[in-house]
Ligand binder design. Structure first.
Ligand code: NAD
Length: 487
């Protein structure tokens, strides 16, 4: 059984307790994990605070910080395959995707390496003749980062990269489900030469480790990715330390297909949007909103594609859909399908939990047209597509916005003016037109409504890890006049 450790203050430690991680492809224990509890959290936060204000990190120039980030990026690229295998083993996400995604994670670190010495302050044209006033951008402080099990290296890179560029120090809590790749990544942080305490990486359970971290009095900001219910705990916890928060939550993203769209391309994008990563993607295009005149044709196309998908063992490069990450997730998908069918949804394909080992679930399509199906409102986080039809553009927009979430959306049409109207009308943080599931370190990412707030990616994300300090310098040698009047 493989053994992993936490990384605290530059050292690899066992954690206050241990637990077993399960291989989702077999349902059996495969690794021995550290479980950080309150004492470990406290040690990690104190180390991060010390590194922020006293250690060598606080004395580095921004360019030197950038160089360390470049080194980390190179190490991630060089170890991408190993990290990908660990992620696949521990979460069931297929190797085809983890190997491509982790190679790309290196580019996120490179992007933020380049940004480190471009975070500038400013000089203000102040309205007083004898004053010079500047704004300095300083690191926001010690940051708590809490991530979910899907794409842990990616979801942590969009936090660690900008936070390091800004000069912050941090404690990263990997999910208790599938923490192996992030705990292994700690070895690369160490090898890159970041001073002790700058990046601490732990794992543990939400109610103990996650809660202790997010409410720790020395935490200035909590960067969270996960579900809305956990986000509410995080926000309540942040009432203790009055930390700021950025929340990247789930979605119930609409995928709109007009009759004039390139249907083959739209169908491929829909497959990518809902079946890739076994549907365990926050941006999953899980509500297909299709023009009524092409509904049957498009559904047949999708059904054929869904049934041709190779479901299998995630470490096989030919596999297209692997298992769900946990038994809990598999049961949740089955229960929500059951509830939806009871409310009138019709199974077009899939829908049955398979026999045998592992947490598999087949690609599933539910026709929910004219039905108040719970599958249209609740997130599956699994390979299940819910379909409704529309007659007019106004209907399509109304259906797209009929959700409390607002993370992503897709629009497929050849009509340019219509595409522009929908881009403006859809209430979501991302609109993909004639494409889906595209990301880049250069483009901000984040949601509206229950999908959270704050943006990851892009320059602004690095600025969000800074706080401004206003410096006043009096340039006159005359004595200060009337001390009882504010100047
Ligand atoms: P989750 O919310 O259950 O857990 C996420 C993390 O929060 C884990 O590390 C967990 O240990 C921790 N946690 C749990 N309870 C906590 C508490 N009381 N205090 C502090 N931390 C706590 O999410 P999950 O089930 O692991 O992941 C799936 C969810 O993540 C889905 O809703 C999905 O949409 C969302 N997600 C969002 C994005 C995005 O960028 N918007 C990306 C991926 C996943």
């Amino acid at each position: 059984m493989q053994r992993f450790q936490c990384y605290i203050d530059g050292e690899f430690l066992d954690g206050e307790a241990r637990y077993r991680s399960i291989d989702p492809a077999t349902g059996k224990d495969w690794a021995d994990m550290p479980e950080a509890r309150e004492g470990d959290v406290d040690r990690a936060v104190n180390a991060a605070e010390k590194a922020l204000y006293e250690g060598p990190w606080s004395k580095l120039t921004a360019t030197q910080r950038g160089k360390l980030l470049y080194k980390l990026a190179d190490l991630v690229a060089a170890n991408a395959q190993k990290l990908a295998e660990l992620e696949t083993r521990d979460t069931g996400k297929i190797i085809r995707e983890t190997s491509a995604q982790i190679a790309y994670v290196a580019d996120y670190y490179r992007y933020y390496a380049g940004i480190a010495d471009k975070i500038e302050g400013s000089y203000l044209p102040i309205d007083k003749p004898d004053m010079d006033v500047w704004l300095r951008r300083e690191p926001i402080g010690v940051v708590a980062m809490v991530v979910p099990w899907n794409s842990q290296l990616f979801l942590s890179a969009v936090k660690i990269g900008p936070a390091l560029a800004a000069g912050c120090t941090m404690v990263v809590k990997a999910s208790e489900d599938g923490p192996a790749p992030l705990l292994e990544f700690a070895r690369l942080v160490h090898e890159a030469g970041f001073p002790a305490g700058v990046v601490n990486i732990i794992t543990g359970f939400g109610a103990s480790c996650g809660a202790a971290l997010s409410r720790h009095p020395k935490i200035a900001h909590v960067a969270f990715t996960g579900g809305p219910e956990t986000a509410r705990h995080i926000v309540r916890n942040s009432a203790e330390n009055l930390a700021s928060t950025s929340l990247e939550l789930g979605g119930k993203s609409p995928f709109i297909v007009f009759a004039d769209a390139d249907l083959e391309s739209a169908a491929n994008a829909q497959v990518a949007g809902i079946f890739a990563a076994t549907g365990q993607s926050c941006v999953a295009g899980s509500r297909l909103i299709v023009e009524r005149s092409i509904k049957d044709r498009f559904l047949n196309l999708l059904k054929d594609k869904a049934e041709a998908i190779r479901v299998g063992t995630p470490l096989d490069m030919a596999t297209e859909v692997g298992p769900l990450a946990t038994k809990r997730q598999q049961d949740h998908v089955a229960a929500l399908i059951h509830k939806s069918v009871q409310s009138g949804a019709r199974i077009v394909t899939g829908g049955q939990m398979p026999e045998g080992e592992g947490f598999y679930f087949p690609p599933t399509i539910l026709d929910c047209d004219g039905v108040a199906s719970p599958s249209l409102a609740e997130e599956f986080f699994g390979p299940v597509l819910s379909v409704v039809a529309f007659d007019t553009e106004a209907d399509a927009l109304r259906l797209a916005n009929d959700t409390r979430y607002g993370l992503a959306s897709g629009v497929f049409t050849q009509n340019l003016t219509r595409a522009h109207r929908l881009m403006k009308g859809i209430r979501a943080g991302i609109v993909w037109v004639n494409t889906y599931r595209a990301v880049s370190p250069i483009a901000p990412f984040g949601g509206f409504g229950l999908s959270g707030h704050g943006r990851e990616g892009g320059l602004a994300a690095a600025l969000d890890y800074t706080r401004t300090k206003t410096i006043w310098l009096r340039t006159s040698d005359d004595p200060i006049p009337d001390p009882f009047v504010m100047r």
